[in-house]
Ligand binder design. Structure first.
Ligand code: 5GP
Ligand code: ZN
Length: 113
């Protein structure tokens, strides 16, 4: 079993990877809700945002910097895009390895459902 996204990091489960560096991995969501829907994750396993502390500041900085880089590489920056982190049950989190959703390619409604 183990963590789904750790298995993707270890290439035990295939994914459509759009960016990889020493600390982060970005791949297309298997069930996209926008024309561009990419998940950006730290390679290190951290279950959720609520498990982070100031000691994770560098990891979180790398994560959001990578997410912005993906948005730029995929041509989302001119029109705009959205970064989303779902946390816990009410936040809609379903995979407990922290991840940033990069959403773009259409106008996104606010507030979210
Ligand atoms: P969450 O609901 O935790 O914020 O987001 C988890 C996301 O992971 C969902 O959007 C879901 O579609 C995506 N997902 C679940 N399983 C897989 C998978 O095996 N591969 C990929 N690429 N995405 C997945
Ligand atoms: Zn994991």
């Amino acid at each position: 079993m183990g963590c789904l996204f750790c298995n993707i990091v270890e290439k035990k489960i295939p994914a459509a990877i759009v960016h990889e560096d020493e600390h982060t991995l970005a791949f297309r969501d298997i069930n996209p809700v926008a024309p561009t829907h990419v998940l950006v994750i730290p390679k290190k396993h951290v279950a959720a945002m609520h498990d982070t502390s100031p000691a994770d500041a560098e990891l979180l900085g790398r994560l959001f910097t990578a997410a912005n880089g993906v948005a730029r590489e995929l041509g989302l920056v001119d029109k705009g895009y959205r970064l989303v982190v779902n946390d816990g049950a009410d936040g809609g989190q379903s995979v407990f390895h922290v991840h940033v959703h990069v959403l773009g390619g259409r106008s996104l409604a606010w507030p979210p459902g």
